[in-house]
Design a binder for this molecule. Structure first.
Ligand SMILES: Cc1cc2nc3c(=O)[nH]c(=O)nc-3n(C[C@H](O)[C@H](O)[C@H](O)COP(=O)(O)OP(=O)(O)OC[C@H]3O[C@@H](n4cnc5c(N)ncnc54)[C@H](O)[C@@H]3O)c2cc1C
Length: 486
């Protein structure tokens, strides 16, 4: 069989393109060398945002597009993407008050009509400022969205599979060449598959892949590492903080899972796309960034976990890593069967990127694109009620799930929760307990429906329970999965 499209890479960009192509009726194969979202797309700050600070670089089109996407995604995946309030303290701030106010005024309006509250100035007496922060800062509050990034990738892949796409994980592309009018693609298992068109969505490996496939690439990729630290809860409440730093950078402090705070990010140019790791210098920088603002001081010893990812940015020649465009670039090579390479992008704009990618490929594939993914909810996103009321229903229906687990599972699975919970009337129906509320029922679903193959796929990406459980959970899970998987 010849596929219409083979996609290299199961990060957010590859998965979103697979979804879009499958929804358009194409025969699609997505090949991912590791797990879905195992690289940059699980290492983001997890914001569905316009990117307030990109206004400083006059990236108005990017910000407008991202704000419009924010609104659309909150509608299409209301279980997974949640509104979040951001507090922007104004103390020792490098940007003048009026400039910040103006920026927020533009941010509120640039994307058109929004369901989120508009920004507002805060008095120093506001508890969100007074309680956790040093000094007596004034400040602002504005709104954006928050997403579990790796789950969002999985939802894209599930939607693509539901529309017939063949999703292969741990199945890298080792070679691709044009043979007799099609792409002949060799997979890591030795199989050769063919397609009328190819998408190179290999993220940090996009340039390596282009070279390997003999693609006529005009662009360069600039690899910029970004790291986060996780510490015990630094402040009360559900709001996040946007902290301006003296070097002009922005560091976010975000409530994370149960009882934790996520702090990031850094911008460090790197040369290799391989597994990124936080440095001691970055940990110090992020601790200092938080200590500049919060009353509760943190030190490297307080860091309970870290993660790092590499932004595969389009090389636009900017000298400063934080100023390199966050916009995406799609390069189409039609010297034979077409290949489209994806540079840059954001979790927020991946759906839009996918529609643009299909529009670029459509003439070569001889199809007309009339994408309807604008209104197609993501897997589990067809909630009959606003999320808080849906969650309430989940709690009433399966009271034994408890407060935390019902919130986690309602958000992760949305309406698909009823499929997972089919035939379950009490805790013992959930099967073996792995720890942290993870049960055999959920694990079976993740293996059978979400391509989970290792404990890390489950503990780090499909759920974030690895942060809440110990090595005994991992061992039990490894043992169980070994027994099930070939
Ligand atoms: C620190 C940081 C913070 C960020 N914060 C945000 C944010 O808050 N909001 C937002 O919208 N965006 C954010 N981003 C941007 C966003 O995370 C990235 O733009 C996005 O994840 C890139 O996705 P990708 O699919 O291009 O790359 P990846 O997720 O890296 O996916 C590429 C995939 O290709 C696979 N691959 C490579 N070679 C092969 C091969 N030969 N065969 C098969 N598979 C292959 C890799 O294994 C990988 O899984 C952030 C990025 C970083 C680094």
């Amino acid at each position: 069989m010849t596929y219409d499209l083979i996609i290299i890479g199961g990060g957010i960009n590859g998965a979103a393109i697979a979804r879009e192509a499958a929804l358009s009726g194409l025969k699609v194969l997505l090949a991912e060398k590791d797990d879905l979202a195992s690289h940059t797309s699980s290492a983001s700050t997890k914001l569905i945002h316009g990117g307030l600070r990109y206004l400083e670089y006059y990236e108005f089109r990017l910000v407008r597009e991202a704000l419009q996407e924010r609104e659309r995604l909150m509608r299409l995946a209301p279980h997974l993407i949640h509104p979040m309030q951001f507090v922007l303290p104004h103390i020792n701030a490098p940007r003048p008050w009026l400039l910040v106010r103006l920026g927020l005024w533009i941010y509120d309006r640039l994307g058109g009509k929004s369901s989120l509250p508009r920004s507002r100035a805060l008095r120093p007496t506001d508890t969100m400022l007074r309680m956790p922060l040093k000094g007596e800062p004034g400040g602002f509050a504005y709104s954006d969205g928050w997403v579990d990034d790796s789950r969002f990738v999985v939802l894209n892949a599930m939607d693509a599979a539901r529309h017939g796409a063949d999703i292969r994980t741990r199945c890298g592309v080792t070679a691709a060449k044009r043979v007799k009018g099609v792409w002949a693609v060799t997979l890591a298992n030795g199989e050769t598959v063919s397609a009328r068109a190819l998408v190179n969505a290999a993220g940090p490996w996009v340039a390596d892949m282009a070279k390997q496939c003999g693609i006529d690439a005009k662009a360069g990729v600039r690899l910029v590492k970004g790291s986060h630290i996780i510490v015990e809860q630094l402040f009360a409440g559900e709001q996040a903080y946007m902290l301006q730093q003296p070097d002009g950078r922005i560091v976010f402090a975000i409530p994370y899972l149960e009882g934790l705070t996520l702090i990031g990010t850094t911008d460090v140019p790197v040369t290799s796309p391989d597994k990124a790791k936080i440095s001691r210098k970055e940990i110090d920088y992020l601790c200092e960034a938080a200590n500049r603002y919060f009353k509760r001081s943190i030190a490297p010893a307080d860091v309970v976990a870290t993660y790092s990812g590499i932004r595969p940015l389009y090389d636009d020649g900017a000298s400063d890593a934080k100023a390199v465009t966050r916009d995406y670039v799609l390069e189409l090579d039609t010297n034979g069967p077409p290949v489209l390479s994806v540079y840059g992008g954001k979790i927020t704009t991946a759906r839009h990127l996918a529609t643009r990618a299909m529009a670029k490929l459509a003439p070569a594939l001889g199809i007309s694109t009339a994408p309807d993914n604008r209104i197609e909810p993501y897997s589990g996103g067809n909630l009959p009620l606003p999320f808080p009321e849906f969650l309430q229903r989940v709690r009433e229906f399966w009271p034994f799930l408890g407060e935390q687990r019902s919130r986690r599972m309602a958000s992760a699975y949305g309406t698909l929760l009823s499929n997972i919970m089919e035939g379950v009337t009490c805790e013992s129906d959930m099967g073996f307990q792995f720890g942290g509320g993870l049960t055999q029922k959920e694990v079976d679903w993740l293996i059978n429906r979400e391509w989970a193959r290792t404990p890390a796929d489950i503990l780090e990406r499909r759920t974030k329970l690895g942060l809440m459980t110990g090595p005994e959970t991992e061992t039990a899970l490894a043992h169980y999965m070994e027994g099930l998987l070939p």
